[in-house]
Design a protein around this ligand. Structure first.
Ligand code: URA
Length: 231
C-alpha cells in the first residue's frame, strides 16, 4: 500500500481521531515495523503500522453480508434499541467513511442485509433504476385473498399515501397464509404495506435474497466480509 500519514491512517481506519493520533504517537504507542513512530505526520505503508504492538486492520473497503436477527434496528440511533452496528467491530463506525446498511430492514425482519463503507455500492444497490431483486418469505395472519398474486403482478397496486403504483412483483403462494414475494423496489415497509392493502398483517418477514446474495450458512446475527465487486 502507498505510504500515508500516520494520523490519517489511524483516523481513516477508525482507531482514533487525528488529534488523538498525535497523543498516541507522543506516548510511543504507535510503531512502524519495530521502530517507535517519531511524529503523527510521518508517512508509512498502513500494513506496517502497529498500535500497542498489534498490527492495525487496514481494510481498504468493507462489504459485509449479515443474517440480520430480529430485534435489531438498521439505524445509528441507539434510542430505538439494539442496532445491527452493535454486532460489528466498533471501530468500523468511526472509519472515514463509516459503514452503513444498503437499505434497511425493519426491527422484526430477518435475513440478508448488506453493510458497506462504499457510497457507490449503496447507490447502485438501492436505486430503483437498477431494479435489484429482493426475495421475501412472508407469513400473514389471514388467508391471502384470491387475486393477490395477479394484483401484485399487474403493477397497479397503490400504497397508502403514495401517488405511483408499485412495480410488478412476483408472488408465489405457498400455503393460505404463507408466500414468497419478489420485489425490484425497496419502498418503506413495502411488503407489510402491500399485504395490508389486501387485509393481511405480516407476522413474519425474512429476506432470503438480495440480488446475488443469500444468507447461506450464516446463523442470525452472524456476518462475513465479502470481496468488493469491481466498479
Ligand atoms: N418490507 C417491509 O415491510 N419490511 C422490511 O423490513 C423489508 C421490506
Amino acid at each position: 500500500m502507498q505510504p500515508r500519514r500516520l494520523d490519517q491512517i489511524l483516523a481513516n481506519y477508525g482507531y482514533c481521531s487525528r488529534s488523538e493520533a498525535k497523543v498516541w504517537v507522543r506516548k510511543g504507542r504507535v510503531t512502524v515495523g519495530d521502530v517507535v513512530a517519531k511524529g503523527a505526520e510521518k508517512k508509512a505503508p498502513p500494513e506496517t503500522v502497529l498500535v500497542d504492538g498489534q498490527p492495525i486492520e487496514c481494510l481498504e473497503g468493507i462489504l459485509v453480508l449479515m443474517n440480520k436477527p430480529a430485534g435489531y434496528v438498521c439505524s445509528h440511533d441507539t434510542d430505538e434499541g439494539p442496532t445491527i452496528y452493535d454486532l460489528l467491530p466498533a471501530q468500523w463506525l468511526r472509519r472515514n467513511p463509516p459503514v452503513t446498511t444498503v437499505g434497511r430492514l425493519d426491527k422484526d425482519t430477518t435475513g440478508v442485509l448488506l453493510i458497506t463503507d462504499s457510497g457507490d455500492l449503496v447507490h447502485r444497490w438501492t436505486s430503483p433504476k437498477h431494479k435489484v431483486t429482493k426475495i421475501y418469505e412472508v407469513n400473514v395472519n389471514a388467508d391471502i385473498p384470491t387475486g393477490t398474486a395477479e394484483l401484485f403482478a399487474a403493477g397497479t397496486l397503490m400504497l397508502e399515501s403514495e401517488d405511483k403504483p408499485c412495480a410488478p412483483a412476483h408472488l408465489e403462494i405457498l400455503s393460505p397464509r404463507e408466500a414468497r414475494l419478489e420485489l425490484t423496489e425497496g419502498r418503506h415497509h413495502q411488503v407489510k404495506r402491500m399485504f395490508a392493502r389486501q387485509g393481511c398483517e405480516v407476522t413474519r418477514l425474512h429476506r432470503s435474497r438480495f440480488g446475488e446474495f443469500a444468507v447461506g450458512e450464516l446463523q442470525p446475527g452472524q456476518w462475513k466480509l465479502l470481496a468488493l465487486p469491481s466498479p
